[in-house]
Design a protein around this ligand. Sequence first.
Ligand SMILES: [Zn+2]
Length: 268
Amino acid sequence: MHKIKRREALKLIGLGSAYLAGGAQFSCKGKKQHIITLSFDDGFEKSSIETARIYEKYGLSASINVIATAHLEGFELPNEYHAWPAGDFELWNELQDKGHEIMPHTYKHVNLTQVPFEQATSLIMKCFDVFAEELKGFRQENAVYVFAHNASTPELEEWLAPRVRAFRTAGGVFNPLPYIGQKKLTCGSHGPENIDRALEKAVNEFLDGPSGWFIFNTHGLDEEGWGPMSSGFLDELLDRLVNHESASVLSATQALDLAIGGTHKLTD
Ligand SMILES: [Zn+2]
C-alpha cells in the first residue's frame, strides 16, 4: 500500500541489505544514510488532509498520530493548542487506505507522568480499544504509541514496550538506524510558534552528521496547533529531501521495517 518513489526505494534496498548482512553496525559501502521521519501529532482535520496531500505529491507516507477521542463531542481540550477541529476515524481510515500511517496518540491527551501508574496504563489500554474498534486492520502489536507531551516514565515505558511495536517519547531527534527490537523512539520538537526555521536547521545539522534516524515531532500546518509548520515549507522540504543523496523520508513503520529487511512494496 505504501507508495514510494523508485529512487527512494533503491536507496532503501541498499540500507535493508546492509542490515541483513551486517547486523546492527550499519555500513553501506561507506555511504551515509539519513532517515527522516516527521511525526505529526494531534490529528487536526484540515492539517492532516493537507499533510497527506503534500506527502502524496512525492510518493511518501506521512506519520499521523491521532487522539482517540478528539473528534467526539465533549472532548475536553488539553490546552489552547488543540482548539481546531480534529479528524474522525472515517478520515483516518481514508488516509490509511492511501498509504499513510495512523498511530495512537493517547486516549484523551493526558500527561501520563502526572497521574497514578494504574490510571496511566488504563488510559493507554482505552486508547488501544478505540483504535481496535475504529481503525481498519489496527493491531496493537504493530502500533507505535505516541505519548502526549512526549512525557513518559521508565515504569510506563517498561510496561508498554512488550505490548507495542515501539513508542515515541522525548529524548532528542537523533535515533540510531533501525534495528530489530528497537522500542524507544525519541524526538525533538519546537513551539509554540512556527517551526520552519528550527526544523530546517535541525534537518541540516542532521544531514551534515553521521548516519542515523531523525525523528521530529511536528503538529499542524500553517496556523493549526502547537508549533505549526507552513505548508509551503513542508512542500519545499520534502522536495529537497527526496532529491538528497543520503536522505530517505519514511514513516515510523517504514523505518522500523528496514531492520527486518523491508524494502517497501513498490507499487509502480
Ligand atoms: Zn499531542
